[in-house]
Every structure is written in structure tokens, then in C-alpha cells.
Ligand binder design. Sequence first.
Ligand SMILES: Cc1cc2nc3c(=O)[nH]c(=O)nc-3n(C[C@H](O)[C@H](O)[C@H](O)COP(=O)(O)OP(=O)(O)OC[C@H]3O[C@@H](n4cnc5c(N)ncnc54)[C@H](O)[C@@H]3O)c2cc1C
Length: 394
Amino acid sequence: MKDKYDCIVVGAGPAGSMAAWVLAKNKHKVLLLEKHKEVGLPLCCAEAVSFRGLSICEQVNPAWIRSKIEKIALCPPSGKELKVSYSSAGLVLDRKIFDRDLALRAESSGAELKVNAQAVGLINNNRGEICGIRMKKDGRESEYQTKIVIAADGIESMVGRWAGIDNALKLEGVDSAYQYLLKADPLDQECIEFHLGTKIAPGGYAWVFPKGKGLANVGLAITPSLGNNIKAKELLDFFVMKRFKNFSVVEWMTGGVPAFSRRSQLVKGNILLTGDAARLVDSLSGAGIANALLSGKIAGQVASEYLVNGGNSPDFLKKYEEEFLKIKGRELRFYSYCRKIYLKMRDEDFEEVIQFLKEYLKDEDSTRLTPIQTLKAILRSNPKLLLLLRHLVW
Ligand SMILES: Cc1cc2nc3c(=O)[nH]c(=O)nc-3n(C[C@H](O)[C@H](O)[C@H](O)COP(=O)(O)OP(=O)(O)OC[C@H]3O[C@@H](n4cnc5c(N)ncnc54)[C@H](O)[C@@H]3O)c2cc1C
């Protein structure tokens, strides 16, 4: 086997680069592998993140930010939208710059970054423990030794599966998305839009996230398990024609969004799963950047502690799962519960919810409300929504 590392991180997305950065800052020998030729490409993301989510990075580079969200519009099937000022809502990033910067930051702190380098398998020692990675670059395979592996290989994650973790996605646990980068008109550059309805996007929603200079990420996600054989692209094309007077397509992308599962396993032996690889996504909105950053950061911190106190058993690494779920477990479970309701909502339900919010937000300072407080208020006001769960087995 070739070089020996303290930790090999597979995948240079937000989760992997964050983990590699933390480990490198703490002077550990880290290898960060990215299978694509360039970090951050190809990308499939609408790029919105909350201020709090972005602050996990600690040092924020203004070049990452394409626009600041000042308003949110929720549009039910009738078109009678609700628009609220929400200056603390968040930002739309330029992830090509963001992802690349995070990886370079890890590298400047001492991590070794290899692009065009795909992890293709794990290596076991004679006690059956993972002691290395097989990596393919330019058609040639090499082997590297390591004490810890951090899997940050996104939705298609294989590392967990090689280690025997059952993180295979079930049909009902993944949404299918299609997105355009559009030059479009009319567009309110300060407002993000969510368009809801069973015909607009069954089980999902359509979004318009402005990126400055007349551009916007305009996309749509659907839940294929609802079984209506519709393609996200067809629905998106229909939506775009209806929503914009003029538009031209600058880029298109397609991808999947995994839903959080309460059975997600984050640690097995010396393998730590982070970000989308661990399915740490808000199941209602599909947002995963903040959880990828946080899980990468905590995984890096716990891995570093383990390496410093070398005598510990790999059981010590379970601290990563405990710490992450202590901060995020309740929230992820709540969103997962809301998704089950959302999948059963009819167009009338969407209209009622928007109508309720119009009244509710009149009396509330929207900037002080968290998404969870607002969702709880919706459920309290409309117990009928809870009845939608009555046929579900928990
Ligand atoms: C259409 C769409 C829109 C979205 N919009 C938003 C949004 O607005 N806001 C939000 O918060 N989230 C959004 N998400 C989710 C968000 O993109 C992900 O949650 C986030 O990118 C997860 O980060 P990650 O680091 O875990 O994985 P990724 O960003 O997927 O990074 C994984 C990396 O691992 C690499 N890799 C994979 N396998 C290997 C291997 N074997 N060897 C080496 N490298 C490998 C990949 O090339 C990739 O670079 C969206 C997702 C989709 C599909």
C-alpha cells in the first residue's frame, strides 16, 4: 500500500471539504478525494442557504454570495400568492465558487486534494477492520492506508454500502429534480418563490431563486413514488412557460434529493457518513447544504479527537452521531413527519394553509419566526392535516 493517512475523506462537496479543513487545521494527515476533474462541477443545486447555515463555515467569503433574500412568496394553485418580507431568510450562493473555495481552504490548511480521483473500494485488514481505500485515477488503481474514512460522497454514496451500512435509497425516500439557470423576466431579484400544488409538482414544489444580473435558478422537484409517471422536466417546462414572459436557458441540470430517514446510520467502526451520504437533508424543503457543512465539521472534530487520544476504541467515533443528532435530530425528524403530511395534501389544503398564513403573519413579526414555529402553527390551526397521517404505519 502507498502512503498512510490519518483520515481519507471521499468527496469534495461541502461536507467533505469541511471535514478535511477541520482535520487539516488540527495538523492531521488528510487526503481529500474528488472523482470529478474539478471541484464543484457538475453541480445540481438551487444554492439557497440560511445565514445560520452559512455561518458554520466560520469565515465567509463575500464572493460565495450571489443574492440576498429579502422576501418569500408562497404561491398556491389558485395563484393567490402570499408575499412576506423576510430579510433574515438567507442567501443564494454561487456554489461553483463556494465548493471550490472550501476545498482550497482545506488544502491551504494542509489537506492533500486529489481531483479526478475516485474511491472504488475499501480495504480490510486481517481482523476485518477497514484500513485503507482503493482509488482510481487516470485509469490506474492505487491503495492508501488510513485510520479513519469520512464518507462525503453525496446522494450516490457507495462508501457506506461498501462498509455494510444500509443507506440504499428507497423509491419513496428520494425526490427527482430538474432545474434551469434562466435569464428571465419578470423577476424580483430579492424574492424567492415557492409554487405549490398537486398538478404543479406532485409531492414537491417549483422554485424561483434569483441569482442576480437577471438570472435565477428555476427548478422543480417531484416525488416519483406518488406513481403518476410524470417527468419533472415536462412539468418544469410547463411552469416556466406560464411563469415568465421572456426567458432563455443558460444551463440545465438534473438530480435526486434524498429524504432523511430516522434509520440513517452515521457511524460504523472507523467509517463516518456525512451530508447527503448520510441522508441528512430537510425532507420538506430538500435543503442539505447546512447539514452537510455541520455534519462535516462535527465529523472532522470527533475524528481529530479520536486521533489525538489514539488509545480509544473506534466506539469513540459514535460521538459524532450523538453530537450531530443532539443538535439536529429533532428538527430532521419533524421535517420528515411534515413531509408525510405534505405528500398527502390536496390543492384545497394548500389554499387553506396559505390563507391561514396570510392571517397569522399579519399579527406576527415574520423575521422572528423560524420555519419550525411556522409549521407548528399551521398544524395547530388545521388539525385536519394531521388526519392525513391516519393510514400511515409508524
Ligand atoms: C435540484 C436540487 C436542488 C437543491 N437545492 C438546494 C438548496 O437550494 N439548498 C440546499 O441547502 N440544498 C439544496 N439541495 C441539496 C444539496 O445540493 C445537497 O444536500 C448538498 O450538496 C450535499 O452536500 P454533500 O457534500 O453531502 O454532497 P455533494 O455536494 O453531492 O458532494 C459529494 C461529492 O462527492 C463526490 N464523489 C461521489 N462519489 C465519489 C467517489 N467514489 N470518489 C470520490 N468522490 C466522489 C461527488 O463528485 C461530489 O463532488 C439541492 C439538491 C438538488 C438535487
